[in-house]
Design a protein around this ligand. Structure first.
Ligand code: ASP
Length: 352
């Protein structure tokens, strides 16, 4: 009997230890420092299909994404801040006519380019955002200036331009943002809209398939620097044919952009109205903070479950405090890239 009791006690102790080992190894899994620094970007999500893409176009997108991410990577590698890496990386894409941000932004119904951007610093939880500017060359730079040099988080329209001028940011003629491709895509949508209205089709045409597909190219970046600081930023022209001063998710902190050193940084792209209603970027951080989810679990739940159920389309790029990175989208494709601290580059467009 004594022997049996001793054996049973040993078994209990053994099982207890095994369980402990399992728990602690799970803990280390999520707390492991994957990368000392890292960077992840997107250039928009949508129905991006290989069959609709020429080899030249694909190569052009890939090469611009690579140029952009390498700028940020080099800043981080040399000990620069995540704020600088995010700004400089986004600026490369803002200056490229390929993306719907800065030059190459989509047109509003009134045939203008109205730009939105936001930035968040994960260390201080400070943030800056701008909506509807028409003459500031780099909306992401303006968002950061609003964060660093004003008492406010969000400025819009002419007031935001005035602030930019006062702070010495580059002002351009609105025609700087013009590209024929985007202008033509507005005309196509307006024609469709007219036909629908002529047929007394009261169904909203603002967001039909063609329209949804014509707005790819919002840009975003999230970076973790060697000091453990996360920064995130997003810049866009919004959606083609937008009117009445429509503002999407990109300049909304918590929807288009979020960063918190305790959890992660996120930049979103997609159908803005749904991203606002879902508070996509903040929800990912909150699930990590309050439910101890990993970055992958949180991004997956928010995009593939919650956003999808609501009918929203799009995706996010996100990175956590340990340098784990995640691309998550429910569309056919998302222009995207990431680089880890060893310089490994991932560059993709379509779903795998
Ligand atoms: N989210 C942007 C907006 O709704 C558009 C996009 O990301 O494609 O303004």
């Amino acid at each position: 009997m004594k022997k049996i009791i001793t054996l049973l006690s040993l078994l209990i102790v053994f099982l207890g230890c095994k369980n402990e080992t399992k728990n602690s190894s799970e803990e280390t899994q999520t707390n492991i420092k994957k990368n000392k620094f890292a960077i992840i970007i997107h250039g928009g999500a949508g129905t991006i299909l290989k069959k609709n893409m020429s080899d030249e176009k694909e190569a052009a997108y890939k090469s611009k994404l690579e140029d952009a991410i390498k700028i940020g990577y080099t800043i981080l590698k040399n000990g620069g801040t995540s704020q600088e890496a995010v700004m400089k990386t986004i600026q490369v894409m803002e200056e490229s006519p390929l993306f719907n941000a800065g030059k190459g932004a989509v047109f509003t119904h009134e045939e203008k380019n109205e730009l939105d951007a936001s930035f968040m610093d994960g260390k201080t939880l400070n943030a800056g955002a701008v909506a509807g500017v028409t003459n500031v060359k780099s909306p992401i730079e303006l968002a950061i200036k609003i964060m660093t040099d004003s008492d406010h988080v969000m400025l819009s329209g002419s007031g935001a331009s005035e602030f930019a001028k006062e702070k010495g940011l580059e002002i351009v003629d609105p025609s700087y943002f013009y590209t024929e491709k985007r202008f033509k895509s507005l005309q196509r949508i307006k024609d469709k809209e007219k036909t629908a209205l002529d047929h007394d089709d009261k169904k909203a045409v603002f967001y039909d398939a063609d329209i949804k597909n014509s707005k790819f190219g919002t840009v975003g970046c999230v970076a973790l620097d060697k000091n453990g600081n996360i920064a995130a930023g997003t810049s866009t022209g919004g959606m083609t044919n937008k009117r009445w001063g429509r503002i999407g998710d990109a300049p909304i902190i918590g929807s288009g952009t979020y960063a918190n050193n305790k959890t992660c940084g996120v930049s979103s792209t997609g159908w803005g109205e749904y991203f606002i209603r879902s508070q996509v970027a903040y929800d990912i951080s909150a699930q990590m903070e309050y439910q101890q989810k990993t970055l992958k679990e949180a991004t997956k739940d928010v995009i593939q479950n919650k956003l999808t159920k609501l009918g929203g389309t799009g995706g996010v790029v996100a990175l956590d405090k340990n340098g784990n990175m995640s691309f998550e989208f429910n569309t056919a494709g998302m222009y995207r890239a990431s680089m880890d601290d060893k310089g490994n580059l991932i560059l993709k467009i379509y779903k795998e």
